[in-house]
Design a protein around this ligand. Structure first.
Ligand code: CDP
Length: 228
C-alpha cells in the first residue's frame, strides 16, 4: 500500500502488565496519526464499579447486570479522550489505584464481562487506523489486525517501570508490593480460561528489556511501515 492515509492498518499490541504497551502504543499512534485505545481501562472501570457498589469481584451476574443497566458509561470527550463514568460521576482518574490493580484480573476473568467489553472494543476499532492495546487484541478482539505485536520485558524491569510511573502520579506503593501484584496478575491473566494472555500465532515479539522507550517505538514503527 502506498501511504498511511490509504491503509486501514489496525495494530494490536498485547503483553503483560508494565511491558510498556500503553506508552509505546500511544507514541506509535501519534507518529502515524492513528487513533489509540487502551482496553485495560474498560476492565479497570468494571473493577472500580464493583468496588464502589460493594460487589464481590467474582460476582459476575451483578457486575454484568450493572453494565447492562448503564451504571458504567464510556464516553469520548471533546478532546477525544476516553472517560469512565460510574453512576454519573467521572471516575477516570481513580482507575490506576492499587485496589483496582489488585482486583482487576479477577474481574477480567469473568467470561460474560469479557464478551460485553470485546463487543464494545470492536465497535470502537471499527475499520479504522488504530493502535489497540491489551491482552487479547491479536487473539480475540481483532484477530485479523494487519500487525500484531507481543511486547515483553522481564518482571523486574516491568515492576521498576510501574514503580516510577506510580511515583510520578503520586501513588505510594512499595516496590515489593508491586512485584508481587504484577506476578500475581501475570499468572491470573495467562491461566484464565476466557481468552488468556498469550501471543497470537502470527504476532511479532518485541522485548523492551534494556531498550529506551525511543528504541522500542522505533522498532515498532519499522514494523508498522513494513505492514502498510
Ligand atoms: O497497565 P497494565 O498493563 O498494568 O494493565 P492494563 O492494561 O490496564 O490491564 C489491567 C488488567 O485488565 C490486566 O491485568 C488484565 O487482567 C485485564 N485486561 C484484559 O484481560 N484484557 C485486555 N484486553 C486488557 C486488560
Amino acid at each position: 500500500m502506498s501511504g498511511a492515509e490509504e491503509a486501514n492498518t489496525r495494530i494490536a499490541i498485547d503483553g503483560p502488565a508494565g511491558s510498556g504497551k500503553t506508552t509505546t502504543g500511544k507514541l506509535v499512534a501519534t507518529r502515524f496519526g492513528f487513533r489509540f485505545f487502551d482496553t485495560g481501562i474498560m476492565y479497570r472501570a468494571a473493577t472500580r464499579m464493583a468496588q464502589l457498589q460493594g460487589v464481590a469481584f467474582t460476582d459476575e451476574a451483578t457486575i454484568v447486570h450493572s453494565i447492562e443497566e448503564s451504571v458504567l458509561e464510556f464516553v469520548f470527550d471533546d478532546a477525544g479522550d476516553f472517560r469512565v463514568f460510574i453512576l454519573g460521576a467521572d471516575e477516570t482518574d481513580s482507575l490506576r489505584s492499587p485496589e483496582v490493580d489488585h482486583g482487576v484480573s479477577t474481574v477480567a476473568a469473568l467470561p460474560v464481562v469479557r464478551q460485553l467489553m470485546v463487543q464494545m472494543q470492536r465497535d470502537i476499532a471499527g475499520d479504522d487506523q488504530i493502535v489497540m492495546v491489551g491482552r487479547d487484541i491479536g487473539t480475540v478482539v481483532l484477530p485479523d489486525a494487519e500487525l500484531k505485536i507481543y511486547l515483553t520485558a522481564s518482571a523486574e524491569e516491568r515492576a521498576r517501570r510501574r514503580f516510577e510511573q506510580n511515583r510520578s502520579s503520586g501513588i505510594r506503593q512499595n516496590f515489593d508490593e508491586i512485584v508481587t501484584d504484577l506476578k500475581a496478575r501475570d499468572v491470573l491473566d495467562s491461566e484464565r480460561e476466557a481468552s488468556p494472555l498469550r501471543p497470537a500465532d502470527d504476532s511479532i515479539s518485541v522485548s523492551s528489556d534494556g531498550k529506551s522507550l525511543e528504541e522500542v517505538v522505533d522498532e515498532v514503527a519499522q514494523l508498522v511501515k513494513a505492514a502498510e
